[in-house]
Design a protein around this ligand. Structure first.
Ligand SMILES: [Zn+2]
Length: 428
C-alpha cells in the first residue's frame, strides 16, 4: 500500500476523541505509514529482512523521531536501538518497551512497527503534558525478530539477554549465501560488538510490548486490546511410523502394515488431546511425508511433525507425553515401529500475575474490558521474560491475518493500546 493509501485508510474511521492526555493518533498513523514505505512491496506489504538495508533505514527513521522526542539514542553491537528518557530516580533499572521493525518476506505493516511506535507515542504524550516518569524509560527496537534472514528468529533480543547460541549462529548462511559474521559486517557491526550487547541487560528491570494479536480472539470478543496471559513455547516432535510397503492390488486387507493409516489415526487423535491438559494448549500436525508415495503402493513409512504448545511448561510437557503415548499405542496395536524425537523445545514464558493485574487496572482506567489471552507465537518478550518481568498487550487483528500485506489493525485500536500502555507504565 502506498503511504497515502495507508494513511487515508487509517484516518478514515479514526475517532479523534482518542486524542487526549498528549496522545496523538494522527502522528501515530503518519509514522506507521512512513515506515510502510521502507521496503514497500507491490501489493502493499513490506520486505525488511533482519540486518538488511531496509531494516536499517527503518531504524534510522525511528532514531530521528526518538531524538526529536528528546531521547538519548544509541545502537548496540547487535543492531538493537535504544532511546532513553531519564527518570526522576535515574539509577534504578529502566522500564523498556518496544518491538521490531524487520519483517517476513512480503509481510504486513503492523507486526513490529506498532510496538515500537506505541512506546514512542507514550514519550511524545509525556513531552506534551510535562510528565516525568519515576523510573527511566527506554524505547527499544530489536534486530532480526522474524528470522527471515537465517531461519532463526529473535537475534537482537537474544543478544541483549546473552542467550544467543553463537556456535549455531555462526554456521548459518542467509539467502545470499553470506555467513552470519559477513552479514554483521555488511550491516556495520561485528561479532565482537554483538557479544558486548548483553552488558545493557542489567539496566532493564521490566519490559512491556505492544503487538498485534495475529489471531481472532479479540475480534470475536469485540475488544480492541487484550492482556497476554503467557507466551506459548513450542515443542516439535518428529515422529516416524514404519510399516511395510507393498502392492496395493496384491496385498489383502488383513495382511498390511500401512504406515499412513497409522499416521491418519494419530493425526485425528492429536486433535482431541490438548483439552485434556488445559484450555490454552494446542497441538498440530502440519507437515507429513509419505514414502514411497506411489498411487498403487501401500505406504511403508510416514514421517510427520507434531507442533505442541502451551503457556505453562508443566501442561505443555504433559501434552507432549500424551501425544507420545498415543503414537506408541497406535504403532503397537498395528504391529509397527515408531520413532519419536524431540526436534525443538522452547520454554513457555508465563506472565506474572502481578503484571497482569496492573495491566488490568490500566485497561479499566481506560474503560476497556480486560480480557486475557495466550500468545501462541513467540516474541521478543518471550526472550526477555526468561529473566526479567514482562508484560504484553495485544491489539485486535482484522480477520486474524498476519505476516501478509492484508494485515490490519484500526488506528482506533492502535491508539487505545498506547493509552493502556501509558497508564500501565505510569502505574509502575
Ligand atoms: Zn512481531
Amino acid at each position: 500500500m502506498s503511504k497515502e493509501n495507508l494513511i487515508s485508510k487509517l484516518l478514515k474511521d479514526y475517532d479523534s476523541a482518542l486524542n487526549h492526555s498528549g496522545v496523538n493518533g494522527e502522528r501515530l498513523g503518519h509514522r506507521l505509514a512512513m515506515l510502510s514505505e521502507i521496503g514497500a512491496t507491490a501489493d502493499g506489504g513490506v520486505n525488511r529482512p533482519g540486518f538488511s538495508a531496509e531494516e536499517k533505514l527503518a531504524k534510522e527513521q525511528v532514531k530521528v523521531w526518538m531524538k526529536d522526542a528528546g531521547l538519548k539514542v544509541w545502537e548496540d553491537g547487535a543492531g538493537n536501538v535504544f532511546g532513553r528518557l531519564s527518570g526522576l530516580a535515574d539509577s534504578i533499572p529502566a522500564v523498556a518497551s518496544g518491538s521490531h521493525v524487520d519483517s517476513v518476506p512480503n509481510g504486513g505493516n503492523f507486526d513490529g512497527p506498532l510496538g515500537v511506535l506505541a512506546a514512542l507515542e507514550v514519550v511524545e504524550a509525556w513531552k506534551y503534558t510535562g510528565y516525568r516518569p519515576q523510573r527511566p524509560f527506554e524505547v527499544v527496537i530489536f534486530s532480526d525478530e522474524e528470522g527471515a534472514r537465517f531461519n532463526g528468529s529473535l537475534t537482537g533480543s537474544m543478544s541483549l539477554m546473552g542467550t544467543i547460541d553463537l556456535e549455531k549462529q555462526l554456521q548459518l548462511t542467509d539467502f545470499n549465501g553470506d555467513s552470519f559474521e559477513e552479514v554483521l559486517e555488511k550491516y556495520g557491526t561485528s561479532l565482537d560488538d554483538l557479544k558486548k550487547a548483553s552488558s545493557h541487560k542489567k539496566d532493564i528491570g521490566l519490559f512491556v510490548e505492544v503487538h498485534i494479536e495475529q489471531g481472532k480472539r479479540l475480534e470475536k470478543a469485540g475488544l480492541p486490546v487484550g492482556i497476554v496471559s503467557g507466551i506459548a513455547g513450542p515443542c516439535w516432535l518428529e515422529i516416524i511410523f514404519s510399516g511395510k510397503a507393498g502392492h496395493a492390488g496384491n496385498t489383502p486387507m488383513n495382511d498390511r502394515k500401512d504406515a499412513l493409516v497409522a499416521a491418519g489415526e494419530f493425526v485425528v487423535a492429536v486433535e482431541t488431546l490438548p483439552e485434556k491438559v488445559s484450555s490454552t494448549a494446542v497441538a498440530t500436525v502440519g507437515k507429513l511425508s509419505v514414502h514411497p508415495n506411489g498411487v498403487n503402493v501401500i505406504p511403508g513409512e510416514v514421517s510427520l511433525f507434531a507442533d505442541i504448545r502451551d503457556i505453562y511448561e508443566n501442561t505443555r510437557d504433559e501434552l507432549v507425553s500424551l501425544v507420545t503415548e498415543k503414537a506408541n499405542s497406535i504403532a503397537q496395536t498395528r504391529g509397527m515401529e515408531v520413532s519419536i524425537k524431540v526436534n525443538t523445545s522452547v520454554k513457555p514464558v508465563p506472565i506474572d500475575e502481578s503484571i497482569q493485574k496492573k495491566l488490568e487496572k490500566a485497561f479499566l482506567e481506560n474503560q476497556i474490558e480486560p480480557m486475557r489471552l495466550p500468545s501462541g507465537a513467540g516474541h521478543d518478550s518471550m526472550v526477555l521474560g526468561e529473566e526479567i518481568p514482562v508484560g504484553m498487550i495485544f491489539v485486535r487483528s482484522k480477520d486474524g491475518i498476519s505476516h501478509n500485506p492484508k494485515e490490519w489493525s484500526s488506528l482506533n485500536d492502535c491508539v487505545i493500546s498506547v493509552h493502556v500502555l501509558k497508564s500501565f507504565i505510569e502505574s509502575l
